[in-house]
Design a protein around this ligand. Structure first.
Ligand SMILES: [Zn+2]
Length: 426
């Protein structure tokens, strides 16, 4: 499915249809169109048709990925490891979704992948000693560098024990701290939707405190992923915990927030998917779903009138809104801006601004995966259904987040004077 693996800088969007009005991005800044070193390296990463071989020059990075989805966080860590001349060794990946676990395994064949509940693996009670099965798990995983996870925002695992259910430390989010207690990683990263910080049950605070009690330095904040180079409006809460003195979570968060640098323009839809315009493929991965007759008319209208927002009268009644809160629905993407958040509904006009900038259709799964910064070599399997594909791509953590976080931390995890005071705390 991948193709171009060129290394040339990308040309300016000469035919960008809306460059006239909407461009608050300033393409003439230091790097507006992917010409700086980091843009080129990241572009080579997302367009690479073949999985890169990792050379083990300075040891491997060991990883456990919980609530892994199809593997967005691991893919990013793998890229960071590659750039740091390390191997990646995934000791364990867990997701309750069978399709996600299968796709993960396809891309990380050497990993131990479990399709099941994280809560079933970490079955101890918060604040209490490890269970037998937790001890076995710790032994099987061995020395662990990085524990990552993107727990789903809702739902609890099969917690039939009432006391467990009531305690925020036993929420899916809180299981990340339990997993840290069991596996003793040097670094923990938890990704979640931005509103998790206002969660009524206080899951972030409870997890933060639990990690602190285990001896970790902890920091957390909402990050605009455009700053780390994701060509998409996507704000996510990221919690970072470190028990290695050379990695200061607060500093890492600041660096992530600064991202590409103040003068660097946001990456655009053009940067991510322009080269796919000429692609001719009938595979589902490279084709948009057939729109309904009404939506076909709406797409026609957008192009016939050079519009990116559909006027009210052309919308279904429920989406006519004076406040324009629905403005992005039924809209067309701009070449010279980041995309809106890629959700599981990117194949449907009514779910957001997902019409291609210059072609009369919604974006394809391949284009959505690129906007999520998945590399072309990443396989989403041969026969997933379209809805499953949308779920995999839309729910994923964009790999570039962990690629950047990895860049800032991996080299420091193996420094000799690591803090060992927590290692005996089980
Ligand atoms: Zn750049």
């Amino acid at each position: 499915m991948g193709r171009s693996n060129g290394s040339q800088a990308k040309a300016a969007p000469v035919d960008a249809p809306a460059a006239r009005s909407r461009s608050k991005a300033t393409p003439d800044l230091e790097c507006g169109n992917g010409e700086c070193t980091q843009c080129r390296a990241d572009w080579r990463f997302i367009t690479a048709a073949r999985k890169p071989r990792l050379r083990e020059l300075v040891g491997s990075l060991t990883v456990v990925d919980l609530f892994s989805g199809c593997g967005g966080m691991s893919v990013g860590l793998q890229e960071a490891a590659r750039r740091a001349h390390r191997q990646l060794a995934v000791r364990l990946a867990v997701d309750h979704d069978d399709t996600a676990a299968q796709i993960y395994k396809l891309n990380f064949p050497e990993a131990r992948v479990v399709a099941g509940d994280v809560g079933a693996l970490f079955d101890g009670v918060a604040g209490q000693r490890l269970t037998k099965s937790e001890k076995r798990l710790a032994t099987a995983v061995g020395r662990l560098d990085v524990l990552v996870g993107g727990p789903p925002c809702q739902g609890h695992s099969d917690l039939n024990n009432h006391t467990r259910r009531k305690d925020p430390r036993n929420s899916l989010y809180g299981l990340m701290a339990r997993a840290a207690k069991v596996l003793n990683p040097k670094l923990v990263v938890v990704e979640n939707v931005a509103p998790v910080q206002w969660d009524k049950g206080g899951v972030v605070d409870a997890t933060w405190n639990a990690l602190y009690d285990l001896g970790y330095e902890v920091a957390g904040d909402v990050i605009d992923l455009r700053r780390v180079g994701v060509p998409q409006r996507r704000r996510r809460h990221v919690l970072i915990a470190s028990r290695v003195p050379s990695v200061d979570p607060e500093q890492v968060l600041e660096q992530l927030t600064a991202g590409l640098g103040e003068d660097h323009a946001d990456r655009t839809v053009w940067w991510a998917i322009e080269d796919l315009r000429s692609l001719r493929s009938r595979a589902m991965f490279d084709s948009a779903p057939q729109p309904t007759a009404d939506n076909e008319k709406r797409i026609k209208y957008l192009f016939a009138h050079g519009e990116h927002d559909l006027p009210n009268p052309n919308r279904p009644p429920c989406h006519r809104d004076d406040e324009h809160s629905y403005r992005s629905m039924y809209g067309r993407l701009w070449w010279d801006e980041p995309a809106q958040t890629i959700t599981t509904g990117f194949g449907s006009m009514g779910q957001g601004r997902y019409v291609h900038p210059s072609q009369r259709r919604t974006i394809t799964p391949h284009e959505a995966a690129r906007l999520q910064t998945f590399p072309d070599w990443f396989s989403f399997g041969s026969q997933p259904r379209r809805a499953a594909l949308g779920r995999m791509i839309g729910n994923a953590v964009p790999p570039l987040l962990m690629a950047e976080l990895g860049r800032l931390t991996i080299g420091r995890l193996h420094r000799k004077r690591a803090n060992t005071k927590t290692q005996t705390r089980r």
